[in-house]
Design a protein around this ligand. Sequence first.
Ligand SMILES: Cc1cc2nc3c(=O)[nH]c(=O)nc-3n(C[C@H](O)[C@H](O)[C@H](O)COP(=O)(O)OP(=O)(O)OC[C@H]3O[C@@H](n4cnc5c(N)ncnc54)[C@H](O)[C@@H]3O)c2cc1C
Length: 466
Amino acid sequence: MTDLTFIDSLRAIVGDRGVVTEATDLEIYNTDWRHIFHGKARCAVLPRNTQEVSAVVRLCASAGVPMVPHGGNTGLSGGATPDDSGAQVVISLARMSAIRNIDPVGETMEVEAGCILQTAQEAAAEAGLLLPISLAAEGSARIGGILGTNAGGTNVLRYGMARTRVLGLEVVTANGEIVSGLRRLRKDNAGYDWKQWFIGTEGTLGIITAAVLQLAPMSRNTVTVLLAVPSPEAALKVMRAARQGIGETLNAFELMSGTALELVERHQGLKVPLAPSEWYVLLEASSSLPSLREAVENLLGEVLEREDATDGVIAESERQESELWALRESITEAESREGRSVKHDVSVPIPAIPAFLREAGAAVAGAFPQARINAFGHAGDGNIHYNLVVSSSTDGSALNALVHDIVVAHGGSISAEHGIGQYRVKELERCRSLPELELARCVKHALDPSGLMNPGKILASLHAEK
Ligand SMILES: Cc1cc2nc3c(=O)[nH]c(=O)nc-3n(C[C@H](O)[C@H](O)[C@H](O)COP(=O)(O)OP(=O)(O)OC[C@H]3O[C@@H](n4cnc5c(N)ncnc54)[C@H](O)[C@@H]3O)c2cc1C
């Protein structure tokens, strides 16, 4: 099929406005959020409904054209960026953004994949419910990308990763088949839970077109606390006390190094309302019961008395809550203003966090004495963003290997929440066991035998070996 015939056939499916071919218009599809990866799409296609997604995929599959699913383009692993061959078609779900229904009794929402996360959150809130997936990119990230990456964020401690919110899924497979399982069931053990094959696999097995999400009751009271703690060990003691004292109300437990908040003060003009400390904890709890604040105050008194925390402040208003959260959410931006950084999105078992930080700190200081460590993250989930501010000549791959080897030695993961994309393909091959990789290769081969669905992501070279 000539290029002209192919593009005309796409236009016949999605309409003239649904196919983007001009180089300047394609720029937004050709690079990622951080502008680290740069590709060259043959074109971008924006279907309006699931049938059109199916027809586009059938056309691409029959013409042997590789496809790259595209959401809000906030991914941090280059998963939505095409390669530079000029052969790949980007399929954007941006025109499929409807909220199909909200069930206030069953507490569910059926939503199309192109819906922006924040729009879905707001619709849930209007119905008096909570869509408890929350991350700093929620104003741009779309449901398809959120599920395609199995996003984490700040509420995982209480509500789990994005995967745990999915009751039903509708997908278009690599050969263009529509598979609909938009059931609203909390319990469904009828055979394989096939929706899991498409969640967190970064568009390499098919395209998510809609989902039924489990919502949660909206809590009436929220309490946010910033604590200064002397060490990561002390932070874990505070976490243990919080789990015992206010247990199920704990939404978030974030650990931030003094360095991280120094960067925020320097570059973002924000002020930490506590004395300087080596480490800080940001803790958020919510409940509809009126006694929450008193319970948090008791917790604060307890950890200060035991000197697991040296200072602390409880937000007195919604504004103060936002100010405390701004400290945490500005770290990435502040880091980017400081200079080049090599990032690691790792997780280790929670009790291993202090040892990981100690060992990684010693290894980095030995091998890369100029590197400055900026560690922070969702400690309540064992997830540390272990970033290193480095000079332009630093060998990022060697630094990755050094940190990841320590992560693996602790039984951890080289990607806690950002995925593999094209950023960590080699590290995944190095760090995962052969039987695990072989299992993944089997699934890829079974669901995408021609290797046309987001090639070059997660398992690129493994598929090429087939
Ligand atoms: C400031 C900032 C903060 C962030 N914080 C967090 C955080 O706390 N936790 C976290 O987990 N992530 C975080 N991220 C990363 C990012 O927001 C998430 O990975 C998000 O889930 C990506 O959604 P998206 O719609 O932008 O997807 P995209 O970037 O467009 O795509 C991401 C991947 O999903 C695939 N994909 C997209 N749509 C579909 C679909 N319909 N079907 C199948 N596959 C699809 C793409 O091919 C790609 O591989 C952050 C990013 C930024 C910029």
